[in-house]
Design a protein around this ligand. Structure first.
Ligand code: DGY
Length: 328
């Protein structure tokens, strides 16, 4: 690494498009990448971050006070390769005047597509069907085999009506659905979305499908527990593509096993990559490994945006996706 040139540490190999931008702007020799196949161990991160001006990290990296302290006072930006940033201690970063950025916008449609894939798969029991076929246990067409619930014309409840929630709602129009949403923030929605804001209880009681699109905060932690599942329709499906801890997994297992709800489609889990062992045994849960933004195009755009945020900050500008402007 060259003296006096800004130094950047990246906690995992990322798509070329983003890396090349950083190489062009700061020189290949000043960009260090952790090349492991799994997330960088915390202890290693603490060593690698020393002396860096920018840290490009993933949602799997816990960026706390210690990481910031060991990096040193020259650390100017933590660029998260995700829209969610609950892995970063924002208050601590702000106190230290470290700008934190995320990658909003580019993954909205990709994540909405996946929420719909999960919604349809859990409504129509695709996981069970696939397992049956692969186990060579399908005995042929049967009038009562794996009956699911209809989607068309039903009520969709959206928990968190930000960018992704709205993209999910747009898709629901093609299914002639009634759209309800709950959000603690005032959202100005396009009129043609025809979505109705309701309180949480109404959302729980009236929705046939509930899809979660809120960030993980103190107030959304375990927003869905046993009390909530009891209020839902016995035929309802719950979908989560936001953050695992918004659902109390223990309570969800009970709800699925006791038939309090029909099914669940989960992309995210409380303690990723661990999954509640009893959830693995619930046939009416579709479980996939945090794939919300996982398309070739979107992951590449996310890398580009994270790199652009770093370039802006290290050139003395305000990065376009700053989440803590108070740090500046
Ligand atoms: C995000 O960007 O927060 C997503 O969870 C990544 O897929």
């Amino acid at each position: 690494m060259e003296k006096n040139k800004p130094k950047i540490f990246i906690t995992r190999m990322l798509p070329e498009r983003g890396l090349n931008l950083l190489f062009q702007n700061f020189g290949r020799e000043n960009v260090k990448i952790y090349l492991g196949e799994t997330p960088i161990p915390y202890e290693e991160l603490l060593k690698e971050v020393l002396g860096m001006d920018a840290l490009l990290c993933l949602l799997t990296d816990k960026i706390d006070e210690k990481v910031m302290e060991l990096a040193g006072p020259q650390l100017k930006i933590i660029a998260n390769y995700a829209v969610g940033f609950d892995n970063i201690d924002i208050a601590e970063a702000t106190k230290r005047k470290i700008v934190v950025t995320n990658t909003p916008g580019v993954l909205t449609e990709t994540t909405a597509d996946l929420a719909w894939a999960l919604l349809m798969a859990s409504a129509r029991r695709l996981g069970e069907g696939e397992r049956l076929v692969r186990a060579s246990q399908w005995a042929g067409w049967n009038p009562t085999l794996l009956l699911g619930v209809d989607i068309y014309g039903k009520t969709l409840g959206i928990f968190g009506m930000g960018r992704i929630g709205q993209a999910v709602a747009r898709r629901a129009k093609g299914f002639n659905m009634r759209i309800l949403y709950y959000d603690i923030q005032e959202q100005s929605l396009p009129k043609d979305l025809e979505a109705t804001k309701v309180d949480k209880d109404t959302l729980l009681k009236e929705s046939d499908f509930i899809t979660i699109h809120c960030p993980l905060t103190r107030s959304t932690y375990h927003a869905f527990g046993l009390e909530e599942f009891k209020k839902m329709k016995r035929t309802a499906c719950i979908i989560n593509t936001s953050r695992g801890p918004v659902i109390d997994e223990e309570a969800l297992v009970q709800a699925l096993n006791k038939g309090l709800i029909f099914s669940a489609g989960l992309d995210v889990f409380e303690k990723e990559p661990e999954i509640h062992p009893d959830l693995l045994n619930c046939p009416n849960a579709i479980l996939i490994p945090h794939l919300g933004s996982a398309s070739v195009e979107t992951r590449s755009r996310m890398a580009e945006i994270a790199a652009q945020n770093i370039i802006a900050r290290l050139n003395g500008q305000i990065p376009p996706n700053t989440v803590n402007p108070e740090a500046l």
